[in-house]
Structure formats: structure tokens, C-alpha cells
Design a protein around this ligand. Structure first.
Ligand code: PEP
Ligand code: MG
Length: 324
């Protein structure tokens, strides 16, 4: 089976009707000695907190510049989307303990960064410095729930940007800037957010969890966490349609993007940019090569009219079977 999937390596992911699907990698640590860049269209999500989690104290600007430079140079010529520090919730730093009764609804993601602007500023400076010679950096912010958060992060990013230009006496590349859609309320702020950013990226793990108020790690309620529930399907359809009409690229970097029927669901709704773990890339490429996007989008239309997760899933399974 692996050989069959490996056949997808080193090739662009193109459907049978010649539509290109952008397949990106979710990364956390630098992979030093492999051929990852050759297999992907860049990095759709670099979880910076993983490197922070491996330190005993806050990493310095210099240390971070080293990490980020490695990754940007390794993926030279391909986009590398770095997410600002996303701690809190289920991710903890020993040197920044967060103890709360309800961490999923607490101090996490961009909320922490805004309250600790020095941590954020150092990180943004390090990203910009690392990008000086490469220009393939993109920056996105996690757990956004208000327009004001985006405005504050952009202000700090701008400060960092002009500081560095002044310090180095030279122009530096300006990274594309994105907002993650993980907190459901932002769906109703897409117009205003689009005016402040270049792209959107859906963190479907958190988004689906908040949409159904269900923790997928809790076996008593995990079945409620369901991307195939009609509410989730319609929600995802709304997001792609709205972002498209606002002319903002929108990708999905949560786990559904790398699951066999999850990626079919997304493509059927119109998503053409998916980011996933390394181990899922060849399987998703294999699926992309075996679907006809136009047919699959017709399946997506049918799915929108169904009233249960079971029926919706069945549609995609049938489609997959029809393709062998
Ligand atoms: C997500 O929530 O889907 C996401 C990509 O972020 P993380 O899994 O790191 O919380
Ligand atoms: Mg998340």
C-alpha cells in the first residue's frame, strides 16, 4: 500500500480534470536531512510553540532567528507560513505556566501574545530577521476572536519591521499576513478581517471543537466533534464562498485536511489548499490524482442538502468506491 501512495511523491497534486490542489506541510521541528521541500508546495503551518516547548526558558531572539532561518532556507522559493506562538489550551510552557479551570476557553493563542507583547515582538523580529535573505515567510495568528487583536498584532509587526529596517539600514521583505479561523465568531467578521490580512487559514481542530462545544479527546463527547455534521459542512461552505468573494485565499490546516474523506469533503466544497502532517501527504496526493474535481463538487452540492453526518459521509465513500 505504501508503494502505491509513494507513487504520488515529487509530483504536483493534479486532479483528473487537470485542477491543481496545493498540498502543504504542517511542521513543528526542523527536519534536517530529508527531501521534504521536493514533495510539497511549502509549509502551510509551522507550529512555533513546539520549539518553545523544548526550551527551559524563553528562547532569545538570536536563538529563534537560527530556527526560522533554517526552515526558510530549506524551503527557499516555497512559502513557509509561521504561526505566532500558540500556547494555552492543551499546550503548556514550563516557564509560562497557565492554570485555569477552563483552558479551552481561556488565555491562549493570540490572547497570550497580546498580553505579553515582548514575547510577541521578539518572535516577530526574529521571523523578519530570518526572512531577510529569503523572502518566503508568511505569518499567521492563531485563535483570533476579535478584529482588534489583528490590529494590535499588525501594529507590533509594523514596529518590528521598521525597527529592523532602521537597524540594518536596508529594506527587508514584507511577509504575507494571515488570520486563522478557529473561533467560530470570526465567520461573521470576514469582511473586516479581509481588509486587514492577505489570507485565511482554517484551524479545523479548534474550529469544529468550538462549533459543537465538544472536546474530541473526551470519549464521552468526542463523537459530537464531526466535520461531516451538516452544520459543519455548511459552515465550511460558507467560509470558502465568503473568502473567495473577498478574494482572500483560504486554506485548511487542521486534521481533516489530511484525512481521506476529510480532504474529499473539503475539495468538494471548493477548497484547493490543504496543509497536513508529513505522513498524510502521499495518501492525499494519491486521492487528488484519482478524483475529478467537477464531479466531486457535484457531490459537495448534494452533501449540502443532506441532514445527517452518516448520509454525508456515505456520499463520499460511494464516490471514492466509484473511483476504485
Ligand atoms: C487547529 O486548531 O486545527 C490547528 C491547526 O491548530 P492546532 O492543532 O495547533 O491547535
Ligand atoms: Mg488550533
Amino acid at each position: 500500500q505504501n508503494d502505491m501512495f509513494n507513487a504520488g511523491k515529487y509530483e504536483k497534486a493534479v486532479t483528473q480534470d487537470s485542477k491543481e490542489i496545493c498540498i502543504q506541510l504542517n511542521a513543528g521541528l526542523n527536519h534536517e536531512d530529508d527531501d521534504l521541500p521536493a514533495q510539497t508546495d511549502g509549509i502551510g503551518l509551522y507550529r512555533t510553540e513546539i520549539s518553545f516547548m523544548l526550551c527551559d526558558s524563553l528562547p532569545s531572539e538570536e536563538q529563534q532567528v537560527g530556527w526560522y532561518r533554517n526552515l526558510l532556507s530549506k524551503f527557499k522559493g516555497l512559502p513557509v507560513c509561521m504561526r505566532t506562538l500558540d500556547v494555552g489550551g492543551d499546550k503548556a510552557l514550563s516557564y509560562l505556566p497557565i492554570e485555569e479551570n477552563n483552558p479551552a476557553l481561556g488565555w491562549r493563542g493570540v490572547r497570550v501574545c497580546i498580553d505579553q507583547p515582548n514575547i510577541l515582538k521578539t518572535q516577530l523580529r526574529a521571523m523578519l530577521l530570518a526572512n531577510k535573505d529569503f523572502g518566503n515567510l508568511e505569518i499567521m495568528i492563531p485563535m483570533v476572536s476579535r478584529l482588534e487583536e489583528v490590529v494590535i498584532v499588525k501594529r507590533i509587526l509594523n514596529e518590528a519591521f521598521y525597527e529592523i529596517e532602521e537597524e540594518t539600514g536596508s529594506k527587508i521583505p514584507r511577509p504575507r499576513f494571515g488570520v486563522m479561523i478557529e473561533v467560530p465568531c470570526v465567520a461573521f467578521m470576514l469582511d473586516e478581517l479581509a481588509a486587514e490580512c492577505d489570507f485565511f487559514s482554517i484551524g479545523s481542530n479548534d474550529l469544529i471543537s468550538y462549533l459543537f462545544a465538544a472536546d474530541r479527546a473526551n470519549p464521552k463527547v468526542s463523537k459530537l466533534f464531526d466535520a461531516f455534521n451538516p452544520a459543519a459542512v455548511r459552515y465550511l461552505k460558507y467560509l470558502i464562498d465568503r473568502a473567495t468573494s473577498l478574494q482572500r485565499p483560504i486554506s485548511v490546516c487542521g486534521e481533516i485536511a489530511g484525512s481521506p474523506i476529510g480532504c474529499m469533503l473539503l475539495m468538494s466544497l471548493g477548497y484547493t489548499k490543504l496543509s497536513m502532517n508529513y505522513s498524510q501527504i502521499s495518501m492525499v496526493k494519491y486521492i487528488v490524482k484519482n478524483i475529478n474535481l467537477q464531479d466531486l463538487q457535484a457531490v459537495g452540492k448534494q452533501a449540502m442538502a443532506l441532514n445527517s453526518s452518516v448520509k454525508i459521509k456515505q456520499l463520499y465513500i460511494e464516490y471514492a468506491k466509484s473511483k476504485g
